[in-house]
Design a protein around this ligand. Structure first.
Ligand SMILES: [Zn+2]
Length: 318
């Protein structure tokens, strides 16, 4: 029986159960937190994380995959505490999350040196905890696949080849990054079935999505509630169209919820909420809003089970 690493060690892959493939218990800028701690409320962050962890547990979720990486304040000890207190299984990543900028620390190291950092974590654990990542994270966004982004993708690919771990690639359909990212992985010799192109659900362009699926990757329909990118109704219509075309075994449903997010000043957060740009954006949206609507639109229990239960072990074990 293949196993998957969690914050509490490896588990048999069949124990993953009902899985949200892309959620964050805390998303903050690690430099901001370290340098300007007066901006942060550790107890509030913890309470919010536990609130959502317990809520999804109440929906029957067994596992939350948390694709935080460098620059998203990945914190293995925090995630383990969430798992221990809630009873959820939590799966972590190694990797770097940037849209272009790299600090000197990464600018002056090449692909192989960065890959070696990822491989060290995969073999020895994250941040000295012994907790091992189960996959490798990288990102491309509005600037596209710049030289810095290409370097991180090639490093992720090389670490994947050396360890066999899958990759999750944050993408931006509006900039057409998905196929570009898959091209780099292919050049590095990564099996496309090991790659999940996250945020593909930010578009309802079925031609783009099918072109991406033709490369052999998985796709994340994983930003439910982020109506500023695509409203829930259009996300659902896209998922239903893809289900009709037979892609249940290639998709994931999730929200990319960030329980605490420090990217914007509080007043901007409030403006965005007031404008309805992220009104239902929580870890609960898949169960509270999306599944009922998909069922009403004709999705079968078997298709839903495939996306939430059967696909995560298949992607995570390559
Ligand atoms: Zn995310």
């Amino acid at each position: 029986m293949p196993t998957v690493e969690t914050v509490n060690g490896p588990i048999d892959v069949e124990k993953l159960g009902l899985t949200l493939i892309h959620e964050h218990f805390r998303t903050i800028d690690e430099a901001g937190r370290f340098q300007f701690p007066h901006l942060y409320d550790e107890q509030g962050e913890w309470d919010a994380a536990m609130h959502d962890a317990n809520a999804v547990k109440g929906h029957g979720v067994k596992t939350v995959v948390e694709p935080s990486a460098m620059f998203l304040n990945r914190d293995a000890a925090f995630s383990k505490r969430v798992a221990d207190e809630s009873g959820l299984q939590v799966v972590l990543a190694t990797g770097v999350y940037t849209y272009d900028h790299l600090p000197q620390f990464l600018l002056n190291r090449d692909e192989d040196a960065v890959a070696a950092i990822f491989v060290h974590e995969i073999e020895h654990g994250i941040q000295g905890t012994g907790i091992k990542p189960a996959f490798i994270k990288c990102a491309a966004d509005e600037p596209g696949v710049t030289p810095n982004i290409e370097k991180i993708h090639r490093a992720a690919a090389r670490a994947s080849i050396q360890t066999g771990l899958p990759i999750m690639a944050h993408s931006r359909p509006a900039s057409g990054t998905g196929p570009e990212q898959m091209r780099i992985f292919a050049e590095e010799g990564v099996d496309p079935a090991k790659v999940q192109v996250a945020h593909t659900g930010d578009t309802d362009d079925l031609d783009y999505i099918e072109r991406l699926l033709d490369t052999g990757c998985w796709i994340g329909m994983d930003r439910y509630g982020l109506d500023l990118y695509l409203p829930t109704e259009q996300r659902n219509a896209t998922v239903l169209a893809l289900l009709e075309r037979g892609y249940a075994d290639r998709m994931f449903l999730s929200a990319d919820a960030c329980v605490t997010l420090d990217w914007y000043p509080r007043e901007v957060d409030e403006q965005m909420l007031a404008a309805g740009l992220a009104k239902d954006w929580t870890m609960n949206i898949v169960h509270d809003k999306v599944l009922p609507a998909l069922r009403e639109g004709g999705a079968t229990d078997e298709q839903i089970e495939t996306m939430l239960v059967a696909n995560p072990p298949r992607w995570l074990t390559g």
